[in-house]
Design a protein around this ligand. Structure first.
Ligand code: FAD
Length: 410
């Protein structure tokens, strides 16, 4: 006997989006999440203009706006040498996003709204249920999960398909043995909300320094999200006293310290990391991976929430095909098609993320690129549009663009 047609492990953006699409297609789907919503998640909380398209499709955009989501006109980046780049989402390059603005909403509000949408579409949601392992059938295909309820009771839930949407440190990814070990920046992040950060306005800000970067974005309630990302080498000092570490890092920057002089931290400082994770492929017999469980690289370009939702949008039709398949072979082919669709959808953005990570890791490169982009608003707009998920990555991966970026300015 099965408990559902699909079990989705994790009710964050990836799991809720996948379940929403499945429920709308008439699939009996259960979301299992170890947390109880509203739950928090350390994040810079910026949503790209294209993320609004998926929120609108799920009927969640007006609720996010009603919850007071701040709007962002674009992004600004300050390089270690002080050169500043500013790019707008609404620009003259001819590409338009679903909206001309990004949004920023605290995750405990955003994720609860999106999970509610999945519930309203017909998904069943079980909170306070921690998945500990996968269950396998006689052929070695995944056929369910082992879970522990909040009261400590263990149980096995069965379904023909299991979706791992359980984020960084995904238990589903690990149990499937699909984690790929590749080079990635090993960083940790400290995140907090502040009141009264001077000048936190219409643009999301990134301040890149030799020893990390700081993001500032206005969110709902007149607050600012402040996210500090530093190399993992700082982890021990940061973990011992995250608030003190963050205060000292900001106070040591002459361009940032005055802006925080009258600011008050209104949340605890939450630490997370390291965050790079990549699956060799996003499926196995009886299972699929979505969101951070399938891939996450670095928060600099801030599109994980969009990618998680888009993953659900891409995955649901393939999961429906796999459920309808008459043979295991046909079901595997459907899941493999999902993996290919993901690669097609995200490959360009993955390359851009890696180029940016390289520039962040080598300040001389960042300084040079920032000098160029600060004088070439058209190029900055294109890059910000790619980060906003509505300009095709090929626009900034072309030889023409890259040559202009690295060659000396006339
Ligand atoms: C410092 C930082 C800043 C970021 N800033 C941004 C940004 O500004 N914009 C942006 O778009 N993205 C940002 N991201 C990325 C973004 O947070 C993630 O990509 C996004 O949350 C992925 O969604 P998800 O649903 O895959 O995972 P999650 O949001 O992590 O959700 C996973 C869910 O699974 C549940 N879960 C985990 N394990 C289990 C288990 N064993 N059993 C049951 N449930 C389980 C968790 O409780 C959670 O609810 C940032 C990331 C970091 C680290």
């Amino acid at each position: 006997m099965t408990d559902a047609q699909v079990l989705v492990v994790g009710g964050g953006p990836a799991g809720a989006s996948t379940a929403w699409h499945l429920a709308r297609a008439g699939v009996d789907v259960v979301i299992l999440d170890r947390a109880r919503f509203p739950r928090d998640k350390p994040c810079a909380e910026y949503l790209s203009p294209e993320a609004s398209r998926i929120l609108a499709a799920m009927g969640a955009l007006s609720r996010c706006e009603g919850a007071g989501a701040a709007t962002l006109a674009g992004m600004s980046v300050r390089a270690p040498n002080g050169a500043c780049i500013r790019g707008d989402f609404a620009a003259a390059h001819g590409f338009r996003g679903f909206r001309d603005r990004g949004l920023a909403l605290r995750r405990h509000l955003l994720d609860a709204i999106v999970l509610d949408s999945a519930r309203a579409a017909g998904a069943r949601v079980e909170e306070g249920v921690r998945v500990t392992d996968l269950a396998y059938d006689a052929r070695g295909a995944v056929c369910g999960v082992h879970a522990v309820n909040a009261d400590g009771r263990s149980r096995v839930l069965r379904a023909p398909l299991v979706v791992g949407a359980d984020g960084l440190r995904s238990v589903v990814l690990r149990r499937l043995g699909l984690a790929r070990h590749a080079w990635a920046p090993r960083r940790i992040a400290l995140v907090a909300h502040y009141e009264g950060v001077e000048g936190a306005g219409a643009y999301g800000e990134m301040h890149v320094e030799h020893d990390g970067y700081l993001g500032i974005a206005r969110v709902d309630g007149g607050l600012a999200n402040v996210a500090l990302v530093v190399p993992r080498a700082h982890a021990r000092r940061a973990a011992g006293d995250p608030a003190g570490f963050m205060d000292r890092w900001i106070a040591a920057r002459a361009h940032l310290a005055p802006r925080f002089a009258r600011a008050a931290r209104v949340s605890s400082v939450r630490a997370t990391g390291p965050f790079a994770q990549h699956a060799r492929r996003a499926w196995a017999p009886g299972a699929a991976l979505v969101g951070d469980a399938a891939a996450f690289y670095d928060p600099f370009t801030g599109e994980g929430i969009y990618a998680a939702r888009r993953g659900g949008e891409l995955g649901a039709p393939a999961l429906c095909d796999a459920l309808a398949a008459r043979t295991p072979r046909a079901a595997h082919a459907a899941l493999a098609a999902y993996d290919r669709a993901r690669r097609r959808a995200f490959a360009g953005k993955w390359k851009v993320e890696r180029v940016i990570a390289l520039a962040v890791a080598f300040p001389a490169l960042m300084n040079h690129a920032a000098r160029t982009l600060s004088r070439r608003k058209d190029m900055a707009d294109l890059l910000v549009g790619v980060a906003g998920d509505f300009v095709p990555p090929r626009e900034v991966l072309s030889w023409r663009y890259l040559a202009r970026l690295v060659l000396p300015l006339p």
